[in-house]
Design a protein around this ligand. Structure first.
Ligand code: CDT
Length: 301
């Protein structure tokens, strides 16, 4: 057994008016629950530290920059890192990253049990649009506020396994999983903020949204023989609803734990990485079975 006791730490809604200090206090409380439940790895959502701000159209860049972190850890997140170090719990969480060069990314980091950042991922698949769209019920301005990630889909050795990260919309793209699968990934973490309705098709509601979310995580896990830990920011933020449904999915594609609320909520599972071996050495033994001579179109425009 190579077990990683993993906690998916779902966050309930974060209103625009909530401070970083309030959010970080909630994160620390969840981290402590995870530790008490025996977890050594804790996964938080996409853009954990703020409301899901891409729903707001803002022209003043200084105002936009208030949703971003110029340092990680920074003054607001230092207490979270300190507590994680004390509890010896590794973490992954998402935040808006502002680089010293003034670039903006939708980013996720991975730490070890010593609270050191050992991995960084910048969201590749940015959904939505870049200008105000009066046709939509609400805005989804990720293409306005972020650059597409420039770090690819790397994997890292952590806690005795091979880990990779993706962020929200990436889970709908099989290529994202496969690039990590080809590097032997055993646990993929992903945070998400998924609106409960489609802003361009009101008939697509929470049931459909949850169905497509589960489908994307379960197929990615199965087809790459990897654990997937998918964590929501959920609930109603300033009148806008986000789905819950945080999941831990095993390498057979089966859901082994799922949240029940749209609030701060923890689920824990003892994830045995050895469970990846069967799929990786049989039906999804990529070296033996892939036929890349037929896949050329995938990397052409
Ligand atoms: N955060 C994020 O990527 N959300 C998207 C919404 C898609 S609709 C523009 C998602 O794929 O869940």
């Amino acid at each position: 057994m190579r077990e990683i006791s993993t906690a998916a730490l779902q966050m309930g809604p974060i209103q625009k008016s909530e401070s970083r200090a309030e959010v970080v206090a909630r994160m620390i409380s969840l981290l402590e629950q995870a530790h008490a439940a025996g977890a050594v790895f804790a996964v938080f959502p996409e853009l954990t530290l703020t409301t899901f701000f891409p729903r707001w159209y803002v022209e003043d860049q200084a105002q936009v920059d208030q949703w971003f972190e110029a340092e990680m850890p920074g003054p607001h997140t230092a207490p979270l890192f300190a507590r994680a170090r004390e509890l010896k719990i590794a973490m992954s969480f998402g935040y808006g990253e502002l680089t010293p060069e003034g670039q903006h990314f939708n980013t996720s980091i991975l730490t070890n049990r010593e609270g050191e950042i050992i991995g960084k991922y910048r969201k590749v698949h940015l959904p939505g649009h870049s200008e105000y769209d009066p046709e939509r019920a609400f805005q989804h301005l990720e293409k306005r506020y972020f650059l597409p990630g420039d770090l690819g889909f790397p994997v890292w050795r952590n806690l005795g396994g091979i880990m990779g990260m993706m962020i929200c919309n990436d889970r709908r793209w099989p290529e994202a999983y496969r690039v990590m699968g080809l590097q032997g990934v055993e646990m993929v973490t992903l945070g998400f903020n998924t609106p409960s309705v489609n802003s361009q098709m009101s008939s697509e509601g929470p049931e459909d949204r949850l169905f497509h979310h589960r489908l994307s995580c379960q197929s990615g896990a199965y087809q790459n023989a990897t654990w997937v830990v998918a964590v929501a920011k959920a609930g109603v933020e300033d009148g806008h609803s986000l789905i819950g449904g945080s999941l831990i999915v095993d390498p057979n594609g089966k859901i082994v734990a799922e949240t029940k609320t749209e609030e701060d909520e923890m689920i824990v599972h003892h994830c045995d990485l050895e469970a990846c071996n069967f799929g990786k050495s049989t039906i999804f033994d990529f070296k033996r079975h892939r036929r890349i001579e037929h896949y050329g179109l995938i990397t052409q425009r």
